[in-house]
Design a binder for this molecule. Structure first.
Ligand code: UD1
Ligand code: CA
Length: 455
């Protein structure tokens, strides 16, 4: 069924008390509105009309190209907002109307709505929910046959109507031609002086149109974010949903509640997640890994069979079977080939490390290219910064860097070269050479005894 989507996002969101527009607030790694868009995309919707007004430029800049932005200059109500789309609307015969601040909606629910809409050959299908306390939600009105015949806003409702527990979630699937025709005839004769989108339903009913409804199974999907209390509530719900999905896909969590996994993170089968793990952004983790305890990764690509504990990594690529941590810090543009070991208190930045190389203890490796089978001894520092510029170090395959060396960039260490412990290397070292760059040791026999005699 060819379907477009209108997303209403022109509101102010005053209760967020923020300089950031409400729909751009982050939930599990992406803005609220992008969750709504993702649910639509998951069922094949690709054309979006985003109605913007407040902070229009901010919303546009954030979402970028690929959307039809429709400006609603004055916020005169949800019906007025949807009507602004009419001049831009393209050919899809059906259209969802959704709110940008209801991020928990799922593709499965949208699909169920679509199915009911199609089977009933409806003009509109409304997503409803039954709540114990209907609060300020709009109420669903049904006729003698039980068919939806209208919606009434809480502010306009009679006490009898207020007692109705079936509410309007604010999600609809319309026949596009019927929607725009009815929107054109709306009036704002109501308690809030607004053009209500909800009035379209009664108008279509009066014209003999078919109104279908879809009852939401999990009412949490309709949660609208109005303030940061609701935002935190949504965060809790979505985090749990994400973890459960991963578990069903074969990921083990030893203490799920202590782990925060963003919506777009992927984790392979038989990976074990220990307590206190935070995986953010576009992080992908392969199969058979052991992550944590207490590891934080942002936008990292991790292969299979990797073990990483008590460590922090951002924008890194970690090859298969690497061993990381405890207490490693992997900074952006670090690329580890398979089988690399990075041990405790090691910081890596903008460095590529070849297969099977090891940086096991207490090192800083910045702006380096390290070949395969290299051993970087404990305490080695890659001296990459001269106070003005950063320089690179190249360490070729099989080299051995003795403990507590300084490699002062720019410098190259040749294939299989050997750096004596404690060296400060400022000149290139040829392949197969030994470099000793430290003062010679001098032993003064009997010196201690002579000193004691003077006392
Ligand atoms: C709306 C419904 C109500 C339903 C509830 C569910 C109407 C009249 N009422 O009420 O029946 O129970 O949602 O959450 O539709 N917006 C604009 N331009 C405007 C006004 C609103 O873009 O001029 C956007 C807002 O940014 C928001 C969405 O439309 O994303 C909903 O508006 P809101 O004012 O929150 O409607 P409710 O009063 O919650
Ligand atoms: Ca609302």
């Amino acid at each position: 069924m060819q379907t477009g989507a209108i997303i209403l996002a022109a509101g102010v969101g005053k209760r967020m008390k923020s300089k950031t527009n409400k729909v751009l607030h982050n939930l599990c790694g992406k803005p609220l509105v992008e969750h709504v868009i993702a649910a639509c995309r998951s069922i094949g919707i690709s054309r979006f009309y985003v109605v913007i007004g407040n902070d229009a430029e901010q919303v546009k800049a954030h979402l970028g190209d690929g959307y039809t932005y429709v400006l609603q200059e004055e916020q005169l109500g949800t019906g007025h907002a949807a009507l602004q789309v009419a001049p831009y609307y393209q050919q899809e015969p059906h259209v969802f109307v959704l709110c940008g601040d209801t991020p928990l909606i799922t593709g499965a629910t949208l699909q169920r709505m679509q199915q009911i809409h199609r089977e009933a050959d409806a003009d509109v299908t409304v997503l409803t929910a039954i709540l114990p306390h209907a609060g300020d939600y709009g109420r669903i009105l049904r006729d003698a046959n039980g068919q939806v015949c209208g919606l009434v806003e809480a502010k306009d409702a009679t006490p009898e109507q207020l007692a109705i527990r079936e509410i309007n979630t604010g999600f609809y699937c319309f026949r596009a031609d019927k929607l725009f025709q009815a929107l054109g005839q709306l009036t704002n004769n109501n308690a809030q002086g607004e053009y209500y989108l909800t009035d379209v339903i009664a108008a279509l009913y009066r014209q003999g149109g078919r109104i279908a409804s879809c009852l939401l199974e999990d009412v949490r999907e309709a949660l609208g974010i109005n303030d940061r209390v609701r935002l935190a509530e949504a965060e809790g719900i979505l985090r749990q949903r994400i973890r459960e999905q991963l578990m069903l896909n074969g990921v083990t969590f030893l203490h799920p509640e202590s782990c925060l996994i963003d919506a777009d993170v992927t984790i392979g089968q038989d990976t074990i997640i220990y307590p206190g793990v935070v995986l953010q952004g576009k992080t992908t983790i392969g199969r058979d890994c052991v992550i944590g305890p207490y590891t934080h990764m942002v936008d990292c690509q991790v292969g299979n069979g990797v073990s990483i504990e008590h460590s922090v990594a951002r924008q890194c690529t970690i090859g298969d079977n690497c061993l990381i941590g405890p207490y490693a810090h992997l900074r952006p543009q670090t690329v580890l080939a398979p089988g690399v070991k990075v041990g405790d208190f090691v910081e890596l930045k903008n460095s590529q490390i070849g297969e099977g190389s090891k940086v096991p203890h207490l090192s800083y490796v910045g702006d380096a290219t390290i070949g395969t089978g290299v051993n970087v001894g404990a305490g080695t520092i890659f001296v990459n910064y001269d106070g003005l510029n950063k320089h690179r170090t190249l360490v070729e395959d099989g080299a051995f860097i003795g403990c507590n060396s300084n490699l002062v960039a720019p410098v190259q260490i040749g294939r299989n070269a050997f750096i004596a412990a404690g060296s400060t290397v400022t000149k290139d070292v040829p392949a197969d050479a030994l470099a000793v760059a430290r003062s010679r040791q001098e032993n003064k026999e009997g010196w201690v005894l002579r000193r004691r005699q003077k006392e």
